[in-house]
Design a protein around this ligand. Structure first.
Ligand code: F6P
Length: 337
């Protein structure tokens, strides 16, 4: 084995740079050359390649985003595009490709595997944490920290003004960021795609009114996962304002959740998985994601990472559901006792 390639693909995630660093250094220690293609699969097709040397990796792990750039590239579903990528990889004499990305990127990697003979290894990099087969994905922990800090800031002004806020967090179609940020920010309510049944408008409105009655001078924060409520956070805030007579302020957090310096957990995870990916290549593995389960590095067939749902931890769901309403109930109980 002489040369491998690495790409970052799909939505960038804090920690991707630290992961590239670990891949490059580990490969060089084994006498393997590494090149990167900028902008993910598109960069392979368009030959946006650059050499990656350990000397250039000294100051990358602290930075968010990805210095290799990323892209969404739906054209990669086409056979001709995947074939073109295979030709480019062969032209560069690449034996193995490391794909750092989420479910869309792993679908792309599986598609490429139908047209290319080299080894393909996936590393889970997405703030959404929605890949099965790994307890955690690169970028998730930092995104939760960022969401929590943002919600804390909204909380301060909400508390000062005794306001109700509906805060929309990312997650595509998964509630991991929503659940973890709701717990960490002690939200009064959460609405996540996995909740069954979904909370209904009258119930949400009743809870707000109950809270206002118990603590008229306090804030109230609802964490809402994106892509869930018809019309999004603005429509929900509007409907709740009408149903309660209390102004409910919409606050979408948006892409700030994807940026920022990776936290220590993400840097460590990234380097662990990056190093393990190169070791897996040397062991002859292909078509697998390198993940982390119960703190152990595991190899999971790529299709099993995106073809099944990854459930939320029910203990954490119950934790938040158990804590979120208690303040209001206990105040009313004290008064009626
Ligand atoms: O995949 C990560 C993610 O940030 C999701 O949480 C979000 O739904 C999506 O990407 C947004 O993608 P884009 O930046 O391409 O609009």
């Amino acid at each position: 084995m002489k040369k491998i390639a690495v790409i970052t693909s799909g939505g960038d995630a804090p920690g991707m740079n630290a992961c590239i660093r670990a891949v490059v250094i580990t490969a060089w220690q084994e006498g393997i050359e590494v090149i990167g293609f900028r902008h993910g699969f598109r960069g392979i097709v368009e030959d946006l390649s650059q050499p990656l040397h350990p000397d250039d990796m000294r100051l990358v792990s602290q930075r968010g985003g990805t210095f290799l750039k990323s892209a969404r590239y739906p054209e990669f579903r086409e056979k001709a595009t995947a074939q073109k990528a295979a030709e480019q990889l062969d032209k560069h004499d690449i034996s193995a490709l490391v794909v750092i990305g989420g479910d869309g990127s792993f679908r792309g990697a599986s598609h490429l595997a139908q047209h290319w003979q080299g080894q393909i290894i996936g590393i889970p990099g997405t703030i959404d944490n929605d890949l099965a087969g790994t307890d955690i994905t690169i970028g998730f922990a930092t995104a939760v920290d960022t969401a929590m800090e943002a919600i804390d800031k909204v909380r301060e002004t909400a508390e000062a003004m005794a306001r109700v806020f509906i805060i929309e967090v990312m997650g595509r179609h998964a509630g991991f960021i929503g659940l973890h940020s709701a717990i960490a920010s002690a939200a009064e309510a959460m609405i996540l795609p996995e909740m069954d049944p979904q909370p209904k408008l009258p119930e949400l409105a009743d809870n707000i009114l109950q809270a206002r009655e118990a603590f008229p001078d306090s804030s109230y924060v609802v964490v809402l996962s994106e892509n869930l409520w018809p019309g999004g956070v603005h429509a929900l805030a509007d409907s709740l304002s009408k149903a309660t007579g209390v102004t409910c302020h919409p606050c979408p957090l948006g892409h700030i959740q994807r940026g920022g310096r990776p936290n220590a957990q993400d840097r460590i995870l990234s380097m662990q998985l990056g190093q393990a990916a190169v070791h897996a290549i040397l062991d002859g593995a292909s078509g697998v994601m390198i993940g982390l389960e119960n703190e152990r590095v595991v190899e999971v067939p790529l299709a099993l990472t995106y073809d099944r749902d990854k459930p939320l931890d029910p203990r954490l769901v119950n934790l938040q559901l158990g804590l979120q309403g208690v303040n209001f109930a206990s105040k009313s109980d004290r008064e009626t006792a």
